[in-house]
Write a protein that binds this ligand. Structure first.
Ligand SMILES: [Zn+2]
Length: 95
């Protein structure tokens, strides 16, 4: 499955609700899910971690739908087989 297909799945599942909620409130949900992922990273439980990663990408896709952004196109345009800063693969930027 491509990122675009996953985003379309989220659209079919949730756009009727996401569009009602709007960009700001959908963003707040994404932030909450990122915080939950942060908590899950502190615990040694792969299933919980997988669930939280899933929630983060689902809410990111929902937010992209509400903001009318094609996530796959945006990601691949910026990360076009090279680091957007140094232009190298692998990245050779200094820390
Ligand atoms: Zn780089």
């Amino acid at each position: 499955m491509h990122i675009y297909e996953f985003q379309e799945l989220m659209r079919r599942l949730y756009f009727h609700r996401d569009s009602q909620r709007g960009v700001e409130k959908t963003f707040e949900w994404l932030v909450e899910e990122v915080a939950e992922l942060g908590e899950a990273l502190k615990v040694d439980d792969k299933k919980t971690l997988e669930d939280e990663f899933a929630d983060v990408i689902a809410w990111l896709a929902s937010l992209a739908n509400v903001a009318d952004i094609n996530l796959e196109k945006a990601a691949l345009n910026k990360y076009d087989n090279k680091c957007p800063k140094c232009g190298r693969l692998p990245c050779q930027c200094t820390f």
